[in-house]
Design a protein around this ligand. Structure first.
Ligand code: CMX
Length: 135
């Protein structure tokens, strides 16, 4: 597969507004949009940092994967997202290499990107997200 960059690092937070006090107000980073991703039961804020972004993730429901993560492990780094040029092909290659896929097919993520997650149990304990998007 062809990976071009770290698209973003996802950080699980209990309260987005509270987290923005650090990223926006103290670190003085610019927030480039807050949106809800109903499919993933999260509200997210994207914060560009150079070529990549930080994605703050606040759960919007108790059964959100992010709510479960915070309950079990506390707030902190939740996933790493790699940008690929062709997500279908990347998933096929990962499957052939024996990696456990959480999403067998691409789903719609924040900002209209095509996304899919790989299971942390088959990727050394790191939840990896692959994403395909323009720009
Ligand atoms: N990073 C590393 N390990 C993780 C993890 C994470 N983010 N989330 C869960 N795990 C580990 C758990 O610690 C647990 O390990 P142990 O068995 O050793 O304790 C194991 O994975 C199973 O975890 P669980 O709490 O029982 O949770 P589930 O199996 O129900 O779900 C996962 C785990 C990764 C399959 C689920 O969270 C998922 O499908 N995630 C992908 C979707 C997602 O995270 N969406 C939110 C972000 C959306 C966005 O960016 O827009």
């Amino acid at each position: 597969m062809k990976i071009s960059k770290i698209d973003h690092i996802g950080i699980a937070v209990k309260d987005l507004e509270e987290a923005l006090k650090l990223y926006r107000d103290i670190l003085q980073l610019e927030v480039k949009g807050v949106e809800e991703v109903p499919d993933q039961k999260v509200k997210v804020a994207f914060i560009p940092v150079g070529e990549s972004k930080v994605e703050l993730l606040e759960p919007t429901s108790g059964d959100s994967p992010v709510a479960k993560f915070i309950e079990k492990r506390g707030e902190g780094i939740h996933h790493l997202t790699l940008r690929v040029d062709n997500l279908e092909k990347a998933l096929e290659e990962a499957r052939e290499a024996g990696i456990r896929l959480i999403d067998e097919k691409p789903r719609l993520g924040a900002g209209g990107a095509k996304i899919a997650f790989l299971h942390p149990k088959s990727t050394g304990g790191v939840l990896l997200e692959l994403c395909e998007r323009d720009g």
